[in-house]
Ligand binder design. Structure first.
Ligand code: GLC
Length: 743
């Protein structure tokens, strides 16, 4: 059976519920506080503000008769300690309760408990509209709370970034979204929901930045001014509302706070930054050896090759098809000898109907599978046919799953790719199709607090990645694991990298790749990429060339295509395209010291590697008005990828920076402290790239793979500006953890 893909079954944006059915907090009846916490009582309901620091506040709402809910979250980084605000004062008068920290003022209206959060200069960062609210299941208003909601005010000109990989423009204002991880095969612009649910927004208004993170893994509806232009509304099932407002002096500082909250990417092996070659699937040992041979013979640098689902025996995870791959260890050793790392796919579905399959039996023995309400293991169909699915929200199951990678590691596998972990389940009857995931009433452990699938769905993929990452680390503690996931919730970056799933070989998807990767970067997920060349369909040579140029600037740089398409490797479109792809890949390898420094900054400082132009220039009118699809790589390089067919010229907007910009290719200086538009030639072999005056960009010689030779020479390109300036360059062994000791 050839499995080309799944039907995409997308629903219209979910309707918002009638706000009339919701109850808001109402008048404040009592105020309690200590050094870091303020509790506002509104009759039987409570709003608790926890000041994690001077400029990060966590807000928890308990409707009447309900508690604040369990203090548990998969999103939060357990490694972060918050020390509370430097100072906290709480004052009251007849009209308001005023809470003051070293950086923020929080004013709450006494009659309604609606709040406003202001920065030290008095600018409003966040303001309730109706504020937090809840809906009771029954009509008499006394039943259990069924839904919670939050409504905040949106101001004219306010932009909203983030929310993960949503397929609209970077600024999400004016749209409504569903957050429900979905296998979105062949998604297009506007398709929603997709694979990831990251309920984080970055608001930019009047030069001020503010983050909002609503921490729930439930199916969420987020309306960003679609229903009413001046209102943000979030709705989710459940009875507790738990959210964070994050302030900071700059947009980047807000993102750093979000990284403190939900964690940073771990340091990855340096080869992760090389070029990766994939397809669904290299079918046998001969095919993968051939690709390796071509890459080296043609001097196209490459560090990683992928084994998609056909390497397995009947798609049984942790097995090999021994006809197609008779000697995995020998093959992987030979590839390694030539400088290729081997990455294998592992999906969550464990083939269920084969009594001879040891992993499936072990799953039963460990009581590892997601259960139906009657306690029997749930069965759903994926690539291998009927499957059971490990409950990765159970710590014992994660501990069982991790070590299953031992044999793969022994065979030399260097990285693991977790796919279909939304989780995706195929539907039998396509006519009736409404959903492609498992029933919402299935049972999960949820780290010791049993609940239904509806509550953990959006975190399932993340917990699978966690099981993989922690397992790899346990099996080979001296190594930096390399993992990729398709599904994600906030915090997933702590366990590895991600890509944007099953995109299409089209020019619009090239644009989407920029928008999705930048948005993921704003949403706490720095190591991202989109399938170069597009997954569904086939690019022509021009599109592959332009996509390879873009990919060369994305953290994860992987060419991938689906089953049944013609080859998509860089050499199949003729000599000119091959040369252009080679040059783009070579540029990536020459810039590795720069990229590696960005990775380290992401891992240590929580800084995004890719940055939309609005991040460093929140008050820039041209960027606000025209939203050009250029982006920063770190703080020095500015890329303007060519995103249209036949484009041989573009006008690139260079934002105002002291000393102006230099063209990386020509060295030409564009002064213009005030921001300028410069015409740029964009012949097919040119990717417009600029560098900010006052930067130092390190280049190394081209390597065929990261570990080919020790780099003994760096060339520092210095782009002067009047006055002194500094730059950071980070390097280490590229593998292992010795860097933690300063090595
Ligand atoms: C999914 C993945 C894709 C992979 C395919 C087969 O569609 O998104 O990348 O190649 O499954 O494993």
């Amino acid at each position: 059976m050839e499995l080309l893909g799944r039907p995409a079954t997308f629903s219209d944006p979910p309707a918002l519920k009638d706000p009339q059915g919701f109850t808001t907090l109402g008048a404040i009846t009592a105020v309690e506080h200590d050094k870091a916490t303020v509790t506002l009582h509104c009759g039987e309901a409570r709003l608790r503000l926890l000041l994690l620091t001077d400029d990060v506040v966590r807000l928890r709402v308990a409707p009447p008769g309900a508690s604040f809910g369990r203090d548990f979250s998969y999103a939060l980084d357990p490694g972060t300690t918050w020390h509370g605000p430097s100072a906290l004062t709480v004052e009251e008068n007849d009209a308001i309760v005023r809470i003051q920290t070293g950086a923020l003022t929080i004013q709450t209206e006494k009659t309604t408990c609606r709040l406003q959060i202001l920065d030290a200069t008095g600018r409003i960062l966040f303001a309730d509209e109706a504020g937090p609210a809840w809906e009771n299941a029954g009509s008499n208003g006394t039943d259990t709370v069924s839904h919670v909601a939050l409504s905040a005010r949106l101001r004219p000109g306010e932009r909203l970034f983030g929310l993960g990989d949503k397929t609209v423009t970077l600024d999400r204002r004016g749209h409504r979204f569903a957050l429900w991880n979905t296998d979105a095969f062949e998604y297009q612009r506007g398709t929603d929901p997709l694979y990831k649910s990251i309920p984080f927004l970055l608001s930019l208004h009047d030069g001020a930045a503010c983050g909002l993170f609503v921490d729930t893994t439930q199916r969420m509806t987020v309306d960003l001014g679609a229903e009413a232009n001046d209102r943000l509304r979030v709705e989710a099932p459940g009875s507790a509302l738990d959210y964070y407002v994050l302030a900071g002096a700059t947009p980047l500082a807000v993102l750093q706070q979000f990284a403190r909250l939900t964690g940073r990417t771990p340091m990855l092996p340096k080869w992760a930054l090389g070029y990766h070659q994939c397809r669904y699937s290299y079918r046998n040992e001969g095919e993968i050896r051939e690709v390796a041979r071509e890459l080296r013979a043609r001097r196209i640098p490459c560090d990683a090759l992928y084994f998609d689902i056909h390497y397995m025996d009947g798609f049984r995870v942790f097995t090999w098809d021994r006809d197609a791959f008779p000697d995995p260890a020998g093959l992987i050793a030979d590839l390694k000898q030539d400088g290729f790392q081997s990455i294998v796919i592992i999906d969550p579905g464990v083939k269920a109907d084969d009594p001879a399959y040891g992993i499936a039996r072990a799953g039963h023995a460990h009581d590892a599978y997601i259960k139906q309400p009657d306690g029997s293991p749930y069965t759903g169909k994926v690539w291998p046919g009927a499957c059971h699915f490990p409950d990765f929200t159970n710590p014992a199951v994660r501990d069982w799953w991790g070590p299953l990678h031992a044999e793969l590691l022994k065979q030399g596998v260097a990285g693991v790719w977790n796919d279909m972990n939304e989780p995706a389940v195929f539907i039998e009857d396509l006519e009736e199709a409404t959903a492609i995931t498992m029933p919402e009433d299935l049972r999960h452990d949820y780290d010791g607090h049993p609940t239904d699938h509806a509550e953990v769905h959006n975190a399932y993929g993340m917990q699978m990645l966690r099981a993989t990452y922690e397992g790899l680390l346990r099996l080979a503690p001296e190594r930096r694991p390399f993992t990729i996931t398709r599904a994600a919730y906030a915090g997933t970056q702590r366990y590895g990298t991600t890509w944007t799933g099953d995109n299409t070989s089209s020019w619009d998807h090239l644009k989407l790749a920029v928008e999705q990767c930048l948005s993921l970067s704003v949403s706490g997920t720095p190591f991202v990429g989109a399938d170069v060349g597009g997954f569904v369909g086939t690019p022509d040579g021009e599109l592959l060339a332009r996509w390879t140029q873009l990919g060369a600037l994305m953290p994860l740089f992987r060419n991938h295509t689906t089953l049944g398409t013609p080859p998509q490797e860089p050499w199949v479109f003729g000599e000119e395209v091959e040369r252009i792809c080679r040059e783009a890949i070579e540029l990536r390898y020459r810039l590795l010291p720069y990229f590696y420094t960005l990775l380290w900054e992401a891992a240590t400082d929580g800084l995004p590697m890719l940055r939309p132009l609005a991040l460093p220039h929140p008050a820039d009118e041209t960027i606000r008005r025209e939203a050009p699809l250029g982006f920063y790589l770190g703080s020095s390089l500015l890329a303007y990828p060519v995103l249209d067919a036949g484009q041989i010229q573009m006008n690139a907007y260079l934002p105002p920076v002291p000393g102006g910009w230099y063209d990386v290719h020509t060295g030409r200086h564009h002064p213009g402290d005030g921001g300028t538009v410069v015409p740029v030639e964009t012949p097919l072999d040119r990717l417009p790239l600029f560098v900010k005056a006052g930067s130092i960009v390190p280049f190394q010689p081209v390597l065929q793979h990261v570990e080919e030779n020790p780099v003994e020479e760096l060339t520092l390109h210095v782009y002067p500006t009047p006055g002194a300036f500094t730059a950071r360059l980070y390097d280490d062994a590229g593998v292992g953890w010795a860097f933690k000791n300063g090595d």
